[in-house]
Design a protein around this ligand. Structure first.
Ligand code: GDP
Ligand code: MN
Length: 351
């Protein structure tokens, strides 16, 4: 394209991705993972897959986060799996702990009610903290200060396909904010007041709405009207955030910061079980131009029990087109087609 700026000098001076090349074509980006020491074996699996299919070609640094110090065993094992730089970071308590306006008795009472409605992890305080950290804190960690893009990885996931291009550079070159593989409906009981709080926020801040937003996707009720009803106006369809490739500057924006502060004050990370996936998805759907959200069709991925498995000779170990190897009812959790219907991306969605 003729309207692109000339290649920056650093792009011409280094054209190799050796881990220690200061002039490499890597951009400011890192793979990130929040993980517990006890999940070492599951993390080894995820990391081995991503190194084999992608990162051994590009050597992007890995940054690991934990609310407790990593053990030497953990660090030694992880460093042995990659030539790239590896960093181990402690999450500061002020980013992790429940804010002082959260009442512990009320948390437990609310959890009893959520548990009766079969909300998973209702009583597990650490899970609530994790969701809040992934919603409003991870990008504030000092270790990410100079980073612009991240790829989020969890323990026990799989990557199936050889990916032969620099995914981060792709994001930058195509002006993408966010990339996903899987779209799912959420448990509406876990987010009963998330949409009503969002509506209040928007009433106070109409200026944050993007002109090319995905509001129709967020509020759709065509396929599962009961979900929309129980979630008080939100379809519950979200980008499944255990996989994310994103631009940290979106989360660092004033719009997102104000939105997160509003949600945090409302208390739903503890009195309900708001996940970072619906929070991220709602923010992206409202504040971002929907053309900046990219489906990584070509990144074969599994987090139990769901897959994104492309039909390509580059993929090994998953069944092409298969969405789940779990029970039959899990198929209706898939809402990828909603995104393509409302984001109007036309023939990008063909499988
Ligand atoms: P699920 O995928 O929603 O079932 O939740 P996971 O148990 O996989 O947790 C999501 C991510 O957060 C994973 O990367 C976990 O390793 C991480 N995680 C969850 N709870 C904690 C915690 O208390 N401490 C740390 N360090 N990581 C956690
Ligand atoms: Mn998980």
């Amino acid at each position: 394209p003729t309207n692109e700026p000339p290649e920056p000098l650093w792009r011409a001076t280094g054209n190799n991705y050796a881990p220690d090349n200061p002039n490499s074509n890597r951009i400011n980006a890192t793979i990130i993972s929040l993980v517990r020491n006890s999940e070492l074996d599951d993390l080894v699996q995820s990391m081995t897959d991503l190194e084999r299919t992608w990162n051994h070609k590009f050597n992007y640094p890995w940054t690991f986060f934990n609310d407790e110090p990593f053990t030497d065993e953990f660090k030694n094992k992880i460093q042995s799996l990659t030539k790239a730089e590896v960093r181990f970071e402690l999450v500061p308590p002020e980013h992790w702990d429940a804010p002082n306006w959260i009442n512990e008795d009320l948390f437990h009472q609310s959890a009893d009610i959520l548990a009766e409605q079969n909300v998973q992890y209702a009583h597990m305080l650490s899970y609530h903290k994790m969701c809040r950290w992934n919603s409003g804190m991870f990008y504030k960690h000092p270790a990410l200060k100079d980073m612009q893009y991240y790829w989020r990885v969890e323990p026990k996931v799989h990557f199936f396909c050889d990916v032969d291009y620099d995914v981060f550079r792709f994001m930058q070159d195509h002006n993408k904010t966010y990339g996903f593989t899987i779209n799912l409906y959420d448990s509406p009981q876990s987010i009963a007041t998330l949409w009503p709080e969002t509506v209040k926020f928007i009433a106070d801040h109409p200026e944050y709405m993007n002109k090319n937003n995905a509001l129709k996707w967020l509020t759709d009720s065509d396929r599962r009207p009961e979900h929309n009803k129980m979630a008080n106006g939100y379809s519950t369809c979200h980008f499944w955030s255990n996989f994310e490739v994103g631009d940290l500057n979106f989360w660092r924006s004033q719009a997102y910061e104000d939105y997160f502060q509003h949600l945090d004050r409302a208390g739903g990370f503890f009195y309900e079980r708001w996940g970072d996936a619906p929070v991220h998805s709602i923010a992206l759907g409202l504040f971002e131009d929907k053309s900046k959200i990219h489906w990584f069709k070509d990144i074969g991925y599994q987090h139990i029990p769901f897959f994104n498995c492309p039909n390509s000779p580059k993929c090994k170990g998953c069944v092409s087109g298969r969405f789940t190897d779990g029970e039959a009812w899990l198929h209706k959790e898939d809402c990828r087609s909603n995104w393509f219907k409302f984001a109007q991306m036309g023939d990008e969605w063909t499988q």
